[in-house]
Design a binder for this molecule. Structure first.
Ligand code: SF4
Length: 369
């Protein structure tokens, strides 16, 4: 039996080409894409706009396959819900997605990989290892499933869940084209942020791809760099890939990204009390923030249920006291010093920390992948 292609992974132009091979009219591609990406059709039978014979023909060659089941955990304290999805193509593989509802926004934090092999010291996903890349359709379907299961209108998407987006680059780029497609969810590009720890050559490629002809609708997709330290030595000890992807090279590419797209850059900065909040850190962050238009998101460090190694081991004792970590005076001092230096700085809330849904905490409730 031949393997049926997952039609959710195809953009309208690719569906058109497949229809041509089947001897069908091209205009059906937009109808099929729209049924899956705007209305969340889960089978060809759901696409009643198509003639019955075409539905049958399509189901002989294609399938619509994304997630099988999900478990939802809701935070009592924050308006945050965490979804555990099981991949239909392999039920042993599960991923997590988070919905954060605050200040009139419904933001979905999507995963791009099942697990991650970057191995950041502060991240629970990194401790689980890598299993597989998600397809473009699986990345998008997290958004559609969250919308279907909660009934909320999604206003923003951040690529900050499990996995490193730039290590699944082609599928991430394709998913951006799908999510912004006028026949699909039609989310404006400026409401989407892709976050990366940074790889040489990839930021530049991202800027080139966002601005290439035909990709205008994703030209204003935002980029966030998971910075966490401006000291390359410290950064290397907490983000292993930064040994080969040094900050001066990343800064050059961020400047290129800004010049090419005109989009501001966000720096994500987890505050590790007593480790990355010295006067020198403030000076370097201040200098960095004047390099190109940018803002710095300070994120309180969240316990991840794993013992940390040097230099973060100093924080191991704090695990029992989440409240203390989140209301740390050093956090307030860091923000005040940066504001004093006219740096655009925001404190990211710890939405979902009580259900292990906050930044760095996604680990399938500590289960193996
Ligand atoms: Fe991977 Fe991102 Fe976690 Fe680092 S922070 S291990 S890149 S998921």
């Amino acid at each position: 039996m031949s393997v049926r292609k997952n039609i959710s992974d195809l953009i309208p132009e690719e569906i058109e080409a497949e229809l041509a091979l089947l001897g069908e009219k091209k205009f059906r591609a937009a109808q099929i894409f729209s049924a899956i990406h705007a209305r969340g059709a889960g089978s060809f039978e759901d696409i009643v706009l198509l003639p019955k014979a075409l539905r049958q023909k399509l189901s002989d060659s294609f399938e619509i396959k994304n997630f099988k089941e999900s478990k939802i955990t809701s935070s009592e304290k924050y308006n945050t819900r965490k979804f555990l999805f099981e991949l239909e193509r392999d039920p042993k593989i599960r991923i997590e997605t988070v919905l954060i509802s605050e200040k009139g926004r419904n933001t979905v934090c999507v995963s791009t990989q099942a697990g991650c092999n970057v191995g950041c010291e502060f991240c629970a996903t990194g401790k689980l290892g890598f299993r597989m890349n998600l397809s473009a359709g699986e990345i998008c379907s997290q958004v559609y499933e969250v919308r279907r299961q909660t009934g909320v209108e999604i206003t923003n998407i951040v690529y900050m869940g499990m996995g490193e987006p730039f290590l699944n680059y082609a599928n991430v780029l394709k998913s951006l084209l799908m999510l912004t497609n006028a026949d699909g969810l039609a989310l404006p590009g400026k409401r989407i942020t892709v976050s990366t720890v940074g790889f040489k050559g990839k930021i530049k490629k991202f800027a080139d791809d966002l601005t290439s002809p035909g990709n205008e609708r994703i030209g204003n997709v935002k980029l966030a760099l998971s910075l966490h330290s401006t000291d390359n030595g410290l950064r290397e000890s907490i983000i292993p890939t930064s040994k080969l992807n040094r900050l001066p090279d990343l800064y050059k590419e961020l400047t290129y990204y800004y010049r090419r797209t005109g989009n501001k850059v966000t720096y994500e900065y987890i505050h590790f009390p007593g480790i990355n909040d010295s006067e020198n850190d403030v000076k370097r962050l201040t200098a960095l923030s004047s390099m190109i238009p940018s803002n710095i998101n300070i994120i309180p460090f969240h316990p991840i249920g794993f013992q940390l190694s040097k230099p973060l081991d100093k924080l191991n004792d704090s695990f029992s006291d989440t409240k203390k970590l989140l209301s740390n005076q050093k956090l307030n001092d860091l923000i005040a010093s940066l504001k004093n230096n006219k740096v655009v700085v925001n404190l990211r809330t710890s939405s979902g920390v009580d259900i292990n849904a906050a930044c760095g905490q996604l680990a399938l409730a500590g289960e193996n992948l």
